[in-house]
Design a protein around this ligand. Structure first.
Ligand code: ADP
Ligand code: MG
Length: 233
């Protein structure tokens, strides 16, 4: 479903060229949960941005059902992103002037402007209930805790029933109980809906629950042998 081949990403930083992703290759199948671990600054968030087409790979290919998104123009890329990806960003990216419900609903409005708002509102409310925020629908992001904002981010990522969910540190701001709920919800998506999930996390226990774990180190991504899972990073 998703196949990444020899992806390189160079970024300019203060005049210096930085080799952020080095020959990254891996595949993701429907219903599969793959975790990505690795030190801060190793390129995990950059990988997510490249996969979602929000950052253009310098070379290599990212195939979704055979179409290479690296070569697509912005318009076609936007359609591909909308039809395939749900993205939970490391720092949420909620729109400050919109309520929790509006933030979630907005994704669906863009995806299908002809869909009646009542049905959009219901789907957004259901997604908020699913992440335990049914009673926070009318709150602005500024009136929500970090963990609650993260859950709004998750509701927004899953409301469109994406085929591929990209999640960057989804439990980073959550206490264990809340984080556990969010994670159960994500794993259920993979099992029940066949959503493919790429899960970036610092939590090695959580990483080990995935079907496979990949380790990012200085821009290189490697399969982690099960025997040493838990001692890398
Ligand atoms: N927009 C950017 N411009 C230049 N360098 C960047 C940019 N974003 C990230 N980097 C650099 O790329 C490297 C990888 O960062 P990142 O992908 O955020 O790592 P991680 O998510 O694993 O902590 C870091 O050295 C970081 O400083
Ligand atoms: Mg990061």
């Amino acid at each position: 479903m998703l196949e990444v081949r020899n992806v390189n990403l160079y970024l300019k930083n203060a005049g210096e060229e930085l080799h952020v992703l080095r020959n990254v290759s891996f595949a993701l199948q429907p219903g599969e949960v793959v975790s990505v671990v690795g030190p801060s600054g190793s390129g995990k968030s950059s990988l997510l941005m490249v996969l979602a087409g929000l950052e253009k790979a310098t070379s290599g290919s990212i195939l979704i059902d055979g179409t290479d998104i690296v070569g697509l123009d912005e318009d076609r890329l936007a359609v591909f992103r909308r039809d395939n990806f749900g993205i939970l960003f490391q720092n949420f990216h909620l729109i400050p002037s919109m309520t929790a419900l509006e933030n979630v609903a907005f994704t669906l409005e863009i995806a299908d402007p002809s869909r009646p708002y009542g049905s959009i509102r219901q789907a957004a409310q259901d997604a908020l209930v699913a992440v335990g925020l049914g009673d926070r629908a009318k709150h602005l992001p500024s009136a929500l805790s970090g963990g609650e904002q993260q859950r709004v981010g998750l509701a927004r990522a899953i409301v469109g029933e994406p085929r591929i969910l990209l999640a960057d540190e989804p439990t980073g701001n959550l206490d264990q109980t809340t984080g556990g709920g969010v994670i159960e919800r994500m794993f259920a998506l993979a099992r029940v809906e066949g959503t493919a999930i790429l899960l970036i996390t610092h939590d090695l226990q959580l990483a080990a629950r995935a079907d496979r774990t990949l380790s990012m180190n200085q821009g290189s991504l490697h399969e982690t042998p099960p025997a040493i899972q838990g001692v890398t990073v």
